[in-house]
Ligand binder design. Structure first.
Ligand SMILES: [Zn+2]
Length: 221
């Protein structure tokens, strides 16, 4: 399975998720960064929203349940609330993020970065393995890269965010538990490191140039 950001597969899965969202009673839209969104009003229209969701992109050739489980779970929750006619003191929104893995452009969380308002415009120059820039990929997808900021959500329009995610480890299965609550999370950082020099066994006298350490590279994925 390969479903990465701003591709035909992304477009198709957004359309499918939007259908499921509407069937669950939500109004739907695609935001300025290609995240598929849906909303069920609370007791009165216009209330701040509790956001549920996860991501729809996959690690190439993997991740069959990674992300999509959280999106489907969120839609199922809204479907149940809607069918039961439960008036909540907040709106419910589902966000199906277009990019979490960062596997196409080497920069993770592009979808949620846009929603959080922390998208760096410099990233538009990132390229995929075919040399396509993120800027051109947005345009090809039908989005305007100059209007990404429109995807940012005002904090006062939200009451919180909750995500169900498949466990990417063995602990729940080993403990024979269906569900756990995350108490810590990995903080991933990516560096591009170039080491110049030549190989030599520890202690081997060098006759060539000395090990040379370059200045730190500009932070990049
Ligand atoms: Zn995931």
């Amino acid at each position: 399975m390969r479903r990465v950001y701003l591709t035909n597969e992304h477009r198709a899965v957004n359309a499918l998720a939007a259908t499921w969202m509407r069937e669950a009673g939500m109004t739907t839209w695609q935001d300025a960064a290609g995240n598929q969104c849906g909303r069920l009003e609370g007791a009165v229209p216009g209330l701040p929203a509790l956001v549920l969701g996860s991501h729809l992109d996959t690690v190439p050739s993997a991740g069959r349940y990674d992300g999509i489980l959280g999106v489907l779970t969120a839609i199922a929750v809204v479907d149940r609330i809607h069918a039961a006619g439960i008036p909540l003191p907040f709106a419910l929104e589902v966000v199906a993020f277009g990019d979490e893995e960062g596997t196409r452009f080497g920069r993770a969380l592009l979808g949620s970065r846009a929603l959080a308002g922390t998208f760096d415009p410099d990233w538009l120059d990132l390229t995929d393995e075919n040399g396509v820039t993120l800027r051109d990929a947005y345009t090809t997808f039908g989005l305007d890269p100059q209007h990404l900021a429109a995807a940012a959500r005002a904090p006062e329009s939200l009451v919180g965010y909750l995500e169900a995610h498949i466990e990417q480890g063995p602990y729940l299965e080993e403990a024979d538990r269906p569900l756990g609550i995350v108490s810590t999370i990995a903080g991933a950082r990516r560096f591009a490191i170039t080491v110049n020099g030549h190989a030599g066994h520890s202690g081997t006298p060098s006759t060539g140039e000395r090990m040379h350490w370059p200045a730190p590279a500009k932070s990049s994925p």
